[in-house]
Write a protein that binds this ligand. Structure first.
Ligand SMILES: NC(=O)c1ccc[n+]([C@@H]2O[C@H](COP(=O)([O-])OP(=O)(O)OC[C@H]3O[C@@H](n4cnc5c(N)ncnc54)[C@H](O)[C@@H]3O)[C@@H](O)[C@H]2O)c1
Length: 342
């Protein structure tokens, strides 16, 4: 089977993981790079000498005009995702876009509609969807083993405010928001993906802690059927990283925690039922996000992180900001257009 010809838009720090992910899948050839910053490009080539001969362009559109591609990765500051992804879709290219898909709800919906119309696969890089511990939790909830779902609390924290000071991440014109738009986007997606029901209302507090963007966020999310969700995003954490999930149902309890010493590894998940705590001996691995992207492009698998995920996160994020700004609960219309089980 022939490999897919990929152009990479944005060659900063997160782009490196995409190179490794694509290489591990064996499904892609990286044939072009688009990166406006000569310094970023130089660092990228120094980290990845095997890409030394791959031609580079200073914009995505220049690359699209010059090189015959099947697909692109989009790994740029957040507000640039929408125009670049739309331009790629118009050229019939498949896209793996970093989170958040967009910073505006209307932009995410536009991408979802355009991708559908063009028949291309646009995947959002929410890698927790491919993490065996998160998959385990979703399966336990969906199978009914937890009983009736009651509450879910999702928390993530990073030493983000100090770590991102002076970068585009704290410039709203490029980031679209702070820690909630950045790493918080992953946990917003997990909250929505695990519960898999429409959001009815959101009540939130946001603290910018003297920064131009949100640093700490606490949101209470009411889902259809009365499930209570809590999303806590801590951007001024005293340590590097933390991440926990607690899901309570009428018959059981799921707990997940990342080891702060090894934040990039899958955390520890336990399932408690009838007062017994069960830790799965072996978590089942599925495809990686890059393997799943290739499978979806070839029509051999579903899009496991489709644009509708980006729409739902954008809707939740917008509701959180609005609730915090207005000091009141925001009601969301159940959006029948957005497939929940995506
Ligand atoms: N999934 C994850 O776990 C994860 C982790 C880190 C970052 N990210 C995401 O990756 C994206 C990039 O983050 P990063 O940490 O690599 O940032 P970064 O600053 O290290 O890299 C961004 C790169 O984009 C380039 N760029 C700016 N404008 C561009 C344009 N118009 N066209 C092409 N390139 C352009 C910059 O010059 C820079 O090299 C963001 O969406 C971020 O949220 C995701």
């Amino acid at each position: 089977m022939s490999t897919l010809r990929v152009g990479m838009v944005g060659c900063g720090s997160a782009a490196t993981g995409h190179v490794y992910g694509m290489a591990a899948s064996g499904q892609f050839d990286i044939v072009a790079l688009a990166e406006p910053s000569p310094e970023s490009l130089e660092r990228f080539r120094a980290r990845l000498p095997l890409l030394g001969d791959v031609p580079a362009f200073s914009s995505a559109d220049e690359m699209f005009q010059a090189v015959d591609l099947d697909a692109v990765t989009v790994v740029t500051p957040h507000t640039l995702h929408h125009p670049i992804v739309m331009s790629a879709i118009k050229r019939g290219l498949h896209v793996l876009c970093e989170k958040p898909l967009t910073c505006e709800v209307a932009h995410a919906k536009e991408i979802a509609e355009a991708a559908e119309a063009a028949g291309v696969v646009v995947m959002v890089r929410y890698q927790r969807r491919f993490d065996p511990a998160y998959r385990f939790m979703r399966e336990k909830i969906a199978s009914g083993e937890l009983g009736e779902l009651r509450t879910i609390a999702v928390t993530c924290g990073q030493r983000w405010q100090r770590g991102t000071a002076g970068t585009w991440r704290q410039d709203p014109a490029l980031s679209g928001g702070g820690m909630l738009m950045d790493s918080g986007s992953h946990l917003a997606d997990m909250l929505l993906w695990l519960v898999d029901r429409p959001v009815e209302s959101v009540s939130a507090l946001v603290d910018q802690c003297g920064s131009p963007v949100d640093i700490n966020t606490s949101a209470t999310v009411r889902f259809a059927g009365g499930v209570h969700g809590q999303l806590t995003v801590i951007g001024d954490l005293a340590i590097t990283w933390m991440e926990t999930v607690v899901v309570s149902g009428s018959d059981g309890l799921l707990r997940y925690e990342v080891d702060p010493q090894h934040p990039w590894r899958t955390g520890r998940v336990t399932f408690s039922r009838d007062n017994q705590i069960v830790e799965p001996l072996r978590l089942q691995r599925g495809p990686s996000e890059h393997e799943a992207w290739a499978d979806a492009i070839r029509g051999e698998g579903p899009n496991l992180s489709p644009p509708s995920a980006g729409v739902r996160v954008a809707e939740l994020t917008a509701a959180i900001y609005r609730s915090a700004r207005e000091g009141q609960t925001v009601r969301l219309d159940t959006d029948a257009d957005v497939a929940l089980s995506a």
